[in-house]
Design a protein around this ligand. Structure first.
Ligand SMILES: [Zn+2]
Length: 267
């Protein structure tokens, strides 16, 4: 055990996007609950499943370790992000059809966006391209099975989880990149509860792209067209020599903010 570290969670074996790696949004949401504020999570290494994780608090941050390896760091974060536009329910429903018919789904068992998951084992958020092609969107009713203790609202770890794949699909569909990418960071602000079994629209959009880096946004919007949660994520493509088609990794390998073109721990 690391000095001053305390036992934290063991991530269930079902909570993955890419097999064997803990879903980044889930880990991020657990960390946001620790800080009890809007949070930015930097991912340093893949977080393993079925492994006793440990955390160390101090200096305004929370570090997560797996077998003494630093895998993620969470810090308080302020966001002034806003969605570019809010599609209505019908447009979001059409985008779901687009996703199921045309999206290059390489990991159909992804916890966030896999159509092979049942409503009690995955979030089933199917963000497809909207007609102008400026964002991806999905009509979505948060499954009741994820409603937490009182069964009314999605717990933080599932709200954060719901924000991952829309951003990943924005990168893949709008940048039109099928290269695998790594999440350097995910930062989310939660403004309203996300109610289970009520209609929501989930969107993802591209903020900027440069070389192998894509900065994406994602948001969950309720039936009153109010933003419940909004996130920003930085994805970095693997280098050409490492590239292979596939779904994005949602809990990433190490990418430093200061050296985004260097992968320390390629998969
Ligand atoms: Zn996914």
């Amino acid at each position: 055990m690391c000095l001053n570290a305390e036992p934290w969670h063991v991530i269930d074996k079902s909570l993955y996007g890419l097999p064997g790696i803990a879903f980044g949004g889930y880990v991020g949401g657990l960390l946001a609950a620790e800080l009890d504020c809007d949070t930015k999570v930097d991912f340093h290494a893949p977080t393993p499943l079925k492994t006793q994780l440990e955390i160390r608090r101090g200096h305004g941050r929370v570090d997560v370790f797996a077998a003494d390896v630093l895998v993620a760091t969470a810090r308080p974060h302020r966001s002034d992000l806003e969605p570019p536009r809010l599609p209505d329910w019908d447009e979001a429903c059409r985008a779901v059809d687009e996703y199921l018919q045309k999206a290059p789904i390489t990991h159909p068992d992804c916890f966030g966006c896999g159509p092979d998951r049942r409503s009690d084992s995955g979030l089933r958020i199917f963000t497809g391209l909207t007609e102008p092609g400026d964002l991806v969107a999905a009509a979505w009713q948060p499954p009741a099975d994820f409603g937490g203790r009182r069964g009314e609202h999605l717990p933080l770890e599932f709200v954060w989880s719901a924000l991952v794949c829309p951003g990943a699909w924005a990168r893949r569909r709008i940048v039109q990149s099928d290269r695998r990418a790594l999440t350097a960071y995910l930062a989310a602000a939660i403004t309203r509860p996300v109610r289970v079994d009520e209609p929501h629209v989930v969107i993802g959009w591209l903020q900027s792209a440069s070389g192998r880096k894509s900065l994406v946004g994602s948001a969950i919007v309720n039936k009153h067209q109010e933003v419940c949660a909004i996130a920003e994520a930085l994805w970095v493509e693997r280098s050409l020599s490492q590239a292979s088609p596939g779904h994005d990794l949602t809990a990433a390998n190490h990418v430093d903010d200061s050296s985004l073109t260097t992968e320390r721990n390629p998969r």
